[in-house]
Design a protein around this ligand. Structure first.
Ligand code: NAD
Length: 499
């Protein structure tokens, strides 16, 4: 075990501990080892960061977009240079397979930085003309942006916020998850190396109810972009309301996968179960878009369900460092207890466990990771759509199986939660896929696929899954105030000038 790292805040261009000196221990959930300490910051640290970001705002926002774009590209270059170190740190901090951090988390963080660096160059002033005159829509950056991110995709989601904020001309106070602070600290170091002026990027570590709440409540914060749990989103929306701060909330989900009978035909079934196993269990089921309710057309149940169980059983749960590992550790022992409790609750509610269902027996794991928080892929059938496991977000490697007859019932079950983040539809009947997609109340519907992303499209949720959208111009527009300048028709102006 190597020496624990000392994560520090970046405030006003300098790295420092929390002013009060308190720290949070950070553990590798695969081994239980202490891997870092991070500042347990308070309102004092937040205040210093917001003051610095406020002071840096006029100069940063006045830069030409191409200058801001160049800084973001330099930052992307540095993350790319050090991508292996970032991937190792992300896997250590979260317990996710190193192969996943290498292939998804870090490349996507780099892509986020480059995408907004390019996108800001194309964002022209919108111009509209009619008989009454000419209207120009200028976009004026809002000011200090609070960027608060969760633990499941730490660097990926942190960059998804700070990149559009910086590109649009805001200055940033970031508050990464206290559970997984390491890669945000490494990114802060690269921000200094990339030459971001002092105060443009501040990263303050600490617990949500303390430093996070202080950031949200700070009067000089102009807008808040948050990704995390629905209950936290509600608290943030309340705290932001008195000052009418602009808020974007990316929250939880209870995403349905609708498997139509044709997707279980011999020619399609292998691709369907492969796709669904990915959708349900990637990152140990800790992706907000993971499919957690699998709705199966009743006529295909007997073919599809055994095939899904067999495919999921083949997933290898183990050491995140092992290239053969499909599922690593859950993010913490505490989270494992929550997932195990949800399975117990599902069984009490009448569910039957078809696969998994209890913590992996440590003796089945390699010695290095026997103390880790490992939970296997779990499938449960026999629950009513209104059961707790079909209504509450569990955020682990657990999916329920629910039969349906016909599209109307599939839609009713799929839409029958308070969430509305995303869904998947599995069918090769294009017209049916289209009908189902249009009837689903959620922000994204993937057909025969999952997490296929074009960074230009808006992504986000309906109902308690969130408010607003991230991605493309929606993200850039969030960080700016539209200011409309209108000129009357030239003839009138000349007429008026002559009189
Ligand atoms: P969380 O809500 O506990 O924490 C998220 C962040 O908010 C952390 O940085 C935390 O410190 C901070 N925070 C907590 N309380 C706060 C408060 N009162 N004021 C300000 N900040 C506060 O979420 P989590 O457990 O880290 O992440 C898991 C959740 O995130 C799941 O519900 C998941 O669905 C959701 N999520 C959503 C998306 C999406 O795009 N919709 C993506 C990833 C994760």
């Amino acid at each position: 075990m190597s020496h624990p790292r000392t994560v520090q805040n970046l405030i006003d261009g300098a790295f420092a501990s929390a002013r009060g000196g308190a720290t949070i221990n950070v553990y590798d959930p695969a081994t239980g080892d202490l891997i870092a300490t991070a500042p347990d910051s308070t309102a004092h640290d937040i205040d210093a960061a917001v003051e610095s970001a406020t002071a840096a705002f006029p100069a940063w926002s006045a830069l030409e977009p191409k200058s801001r774009s160049a800084r973001l590209n330099s930052l992307a270059d540095l993350v790319e240079r050090d991508c292996e170190a970032f991937a190792q740190a992300e896997s250590l901090d979260t317990g996710k397979p190193l192969s996943l951090a290498r292939s998804v988390d870090i490349p996507r963080a780099i892509a986020n930085l480059r995408f907004f660096a390019r996108e800001i160059l194309d964002s022209d002033v919108d111009a509209y003309e009619n008989a009454q005159g000419r209207s120009l829509v200028h976009r004026r950056p809002l000011g200090v942006a609070a960027c608060i991110s969760p633990w499941n995709l730490p660097l990926y989601l942190f960059t998804w916020k700070i990149a559009p904020a910086l590109a649009a001309g805001c200055t940033v106070v970031g508050k990464p998850s206290e559970v997984t602070p390491i890669t945000a600290w490494m990114l802060a170091q690269r921000c200094v190396e990339a030459g971001f002026p002092r105060g443009v990027v501040n990263v303050v570590h600490g617990r949500g109810p303390l430093s996070g709440a202080a950031l949200v409540a700070h009067p000089k914060v102009a807008c808040i972009t948050f990704t995390g749990g629905t209950a936290t989103g509600e608290a943030i929306a309340r705290a932001a309301a008195p000052d009418f701060k602009r808020v974007a909330l990316e929250l939880g989900g209870k995403n349905a996968a609708i498997v139509c009978a044709d997707a279980a035909l011999p020619e399609h079934i292998a691709a369907t179960v492969d796709g669904l196993v990915r959708a349900a269990f990637t990152n140990q089921g800790q992706v907000c878009h993971c499919a957690s309710r699998i709705l199966v057309e009743r006529s295909a149940w007997d073919t599809f369900v055994p095939a899904l169980i067999e495919r999921a059983r083949r997933l290898h749960v183990g050491d995140p460092q092992d290239p053969a590992t499909d599922l690593g550790a859950l993010v913490s022992g505490q989270h494992l207890l929550k997932v195990a409790g949800a399975v117990e609750g599902a069984v009490k509610d009448g569910g039957r466990v078809l696969l998994g269902g209890a913590r992996v027996d440590p003796s089945m794991l390699p010695e290095r990771v026997r103390a880790g928080a490992f939970f296997p892929p779990t499938l449960i059938e026999g629950l009513s759509p209104s059961a707790r496991a079909n209504q509450e977000e569990i955020f682990g490697p657990l999916a329920t199986l629910i039969p349906f007859d016909g599209d109307a019932e599939a839609i009713e079950i799929a839409n029958g939660t308070r969430f509305g983040l995303s869904a998947t539809v599995w069918t090769h009947d294009d017209a049916r896929a289209d009908r189902l997609a249009r009837a689903l109340d959620c922000g994204t519907v993937w057909i025969n696929s999952w997490m296929v992303r074009d960074l230009r499209v808006p992504i986000g949720g309906m109902r308690t899954s969130g408010l607003g959208r991230e991605g493309g111009v929606d993200a850039l527009h969030f960080f700016a105030e539209p200011v409309v300048v209108v000129r009357g028709p030239r003839e009138r102006i000349e007429e008026r000038a002559a009189t």
